[in-house]
Design a protein around this ligand. Structure first.
Ligand SMILES: NC(=O)c1ccc[n+]([C@@H]2O[C@H](COP(=O)([O-])OP(=O)(O)OC[C@H]3O[C@@H](n4cnc5c(N)ncnc54)[C@H](O)[C@@H]3O)[C@@H](O)[C@H]2O)c1
Ligand SMILES: [Zn+2]
Ligand SMILES: [Zn+2]
Length: 361
């Protein structure tokens, strides 16, 4: 089967014929329908985060079950599923205390370099985050998928697999935004726009969207932003302060992954405010905060995919899409073929697109 292989950081992905093992106990073989291009994949392609190579990237996808291994009762061939990298065991301390996204069982959630499901030219090909979605088929643990209703279009469903669940659940699970509060979101790509949408669902009174691309800000308005800030030639912290009568926001979300914008997210908080860093700040980069700002109950936190419980959250989100309240349609910038993946990532890097989906049909 065909897959896009990363041989080394800073090199284009190449389309290769790769091998896939048969489903073992608790494993499911999925025919990929759509896979989204997320900025997290790009961070690995650019060497900002390490991963064993060669590997097949991709972690935001939906597809159809083709075969199941021994003991799998959750799905059967023909079922439609969304994948998630938050593989859970259901029994470790994190899982049983309500944090399955932080599962500590490394026999279920394999550490980088441990999967032996893929091969290329007879050698080990590393599986990215237990998924590797930039491939025509995926062999995954049954706890890496959620079953969805067959009438849901698989392109919309794929988006929920990373960007949407992360952005929306950062608002609900990580920050717990309250109705009537003020929210700022820095970065309006797939994750940031989903956080804007989540803030609207949470009943935030003001939702200030910040980006450097006017087209992204217009999309943010469609997702529910009340104020748009172009940060290309102005300090967004000053503008957010002006917009909030000098006080700052209750909740800020950083959805880019840079030192500068992470620091901005904390600086734009009012006393008692909470900044949530969603973006992947490059390994080794430190962020600097003024210690005195902590005296007035300001907080800052990270989030692993919005603290999701994806088997519950993803079907709920897709129902909200059915009702028109989750605006997935605005996130799709285009559909591409697998062999257009490098051009697709160049577009993502330029800031021109939100989500491009590889269509495997
Ligand atoms: N924490 C998690 O679990 C998790 C999950 C998924 C993605 N992420 C991370 O979230 C981040 C966003 O991912 P994405 O796919 O939405 O990326 P993206 O590239 O689609 O979006 C980033 C947006 O930021 C804007 N931007 C860039 N520099 C800016 C600046 N200085 N000020 C304001 N706006 C600026 C761009 O125009 C773009 O619209 C990435 O770092 C990704 O790795 C984290
Ligand atoms: Zn992602
Ligand atoms: Zn666990």
């Amino acid at each position: 089967m065909k897959a896009a292989v990363l041989h080394a950081a800073h090199q284009p992905l190449t389309i290769e014929d790769i091998g896939l093992a048969r489903p073992k106990r608790n494993e499911v073989l999925v025919r990929t329908a759509f896979a989204g291009l997320c900025h997290s994949d790009l961070h690995f392609m650019e060497g900002l985060y390490p991963y064993p190579v060669p590997c097949v990237l991709g972690h935001e996808s939906a597809g159809v079950v083709e075969a199941v291994g021994e003991d799998v009762t959750y799905v059967q061939p023909g079922d439609h599923v969304v994948t998630c990298l938050s593989v859970f065991c259901g029994a470790c301390p994190q899982c049983v205390t309500g944090h399955p996204n932080l599962c500590e069982n490394t026999e279920v959630k394999l550490m980088p370099g441990m999967s032996r499901r893929l091969t290329w030219k007879g050698e080990v090909l590393h599986q990215f985050m237990n998924l590797s979605s930039f491939a025509e088929q995926m062999l995954v643990h049954e706890h890496a998928i959620v079953k969805i209703d067959p009438d849901i279009p698989l392109d919309r469903a794929a988006l929920v697999g990373c960007g949407v669940v992360t952005g929306v659940m950062a608002v609900f699970n990580a920050a717990r935004v309250e109705p009537g509060s003020t929210v700022a979101v820095i970065g309006c790509g797939g994750i940031g726009l989903s956080a804007v949408n989540g803030a609207a669902l949470a009943g935030a009174e003001r939702i200030i969207a910040i980006d450097t691309q006017p087209a992204k800000l217009e999309l943010a308005r469609e997702m529910g932003a009340t104020d748009l800030v172009n940060a290309s030639n102005a300090d967004p912290v000053d503008i957010v302060r002006d917009l909030t009568g000098g006080g700052g926001v209750h909740y800020a979300f950083e959805a880019i992954g840079s030192k500068e914008t992470a620091e901005q997210s904390f600086r734009m908080l009012r006393p008692g405010g909470l900044a949530t860093i969603i973006g992947m700040i490059p390994v080794g980069t430190k962020i600097e905060l003024h210690g005195a700002d902590f005296l007035r109950d300001r907080r800052i936190q990270g989030t692993s995919m919005g603290g999701n419980r994806f088997r519950v959250d993803m079907p709920r989100l897709l129902n909200l899409w059915r009702q028109g309240r989750l605006k997935l349609d605005y996130l799709i910038s285009g559909r591409i073929r697998l062999d257009q993946i490098n051009e697709g990532f160049a577009m993502l890097k330029s800031g021109a697109t939100v989500r491009q989906l590889i269509d495997f049909a």
